[in-house]
Design a protein around this ligand. Structure first.
Ligand code: NDP
Length: 244
């Protein structure tokens, strides 16, 4: 896919991986729609809108089906089309099983998995009409391997991998694609929340002996958007942490 002029929605793009992905698509000449639950600061929007790229911010909570419907309608009305959707919004609420409440399990599933479903379900309608477009969903290596203290998060990310394959099969006849990225440990606010000892332990397990950078995930998103013959895949970007 030639990315020039394409309209790209990145959910959860106020910071971290989502913001880096939005900046990378903007550098390719795309028009960006940023999103998070809250309005995004103008100085953050300016980092995406460099070099003349169009960049708008449409706040919406991806767990709210009506808000997501409105978000997609707003994009199609104001920008004319929607070509690429990056489902990046995600949260963690870690805890060992005996301390994890049902509410903590549900909210992570609702945000990460149901949120991704809500956005795909609404965005697929205008994309069907265009007979072109792609979805890129942020999974995680823990969706492949599981992780102590992350039953909710791992279940949500494993669900995203299954959702990605099902959507890819269902939309392929209309020339749409759906892929996932499974990052390992990437340096963001989410992972900075881990204590220094835990961070050290993780780095020790990574063959490349470092955390990944947000731009390394963004590069993968660009690759998946550009390559028209990849669909239903989950690309692991984890410094060799999980080798299958
Ligand atoms: P951050 O916590 O830094 O950013 C999360 C983003 O999601 C923010 O913009 C946040 O904004 C937004 N968000 C959260 N809940 C919602 C919601 N209900 N609706 C809309 N937006 C929401 O996360 P990262 O950048 O670290 O991670 C991004 C994605 O990558 C996530 O899906 C994460 O699971 C995945 N990932 C990250 C890894 C890492 O090492 N960092 C590893 C593997 C996967 P706001 O709070 O204002 O709504």
């Amino acid at each position: 896919m030639d990315l020039q002029g394409k309209v790209v929605l990145v959910t959860g793009s106020s910071r971290g991986i989502g913001l880096a992905i939005a900046q990378a698509f903007a550098r390719q000449g795309c028009q960006l729609v940023l999103n998070s639950r809250h309005p995004i600061a103008s100085d953050v929007i300016a980092t995406v809108a460099q070099n003349g790229a169009t960049c708008r911010d449409f706040p919406a909570d991806v767990t709210d089906e009506a808000a997501v419907k409105e978000l997609i309608q707003q994009i199609v009305t104001t920008m004319g089309h929607l070509d690429i959707v990056v489902n990046n919004a995600g949260i963690t609420k870690d805890g060992l099983l005996n301390r994890m409440s049902e509410a903590d399990f549900q909210v992570v599933l609702q945000t990460n998995l149901v949120g991704t479903f809500n956005v795909i379900r609404q965005a697929v309608r205008p994309m069907y009409k265009q007979r072109a477009g792609c979805f890129i969903n942020l999974a995680s290596v823990v969706g492949l391997t599981g992780n102590i203290g992350q039953a909710n998060y791992a279940a949500s990310k494993a669900g995203i991998i299954g959702l990605t394959k099902s959507v890819a099969k269902e939309v392929a006849l209309r020339n749409l694609r759906c892929n996932a990225i499974a990052p390992g440990m990437i340096e963001t606010q989410m992972t900075q929340a881990l204590n220094a000892k835990k961070q050290e332990e993780i780095v020790h397990q990574v063959p490349l002996k470092r955390f990944g950078q947000i731009d390394e995930i963004a590069q993968t998103a660009i690759f998946l958007a550009q390559n028209d013959y990849i669909t239903g895949q989950t690309i692991t970007v984890d410094g060799g942490l999980t080798m299958q």
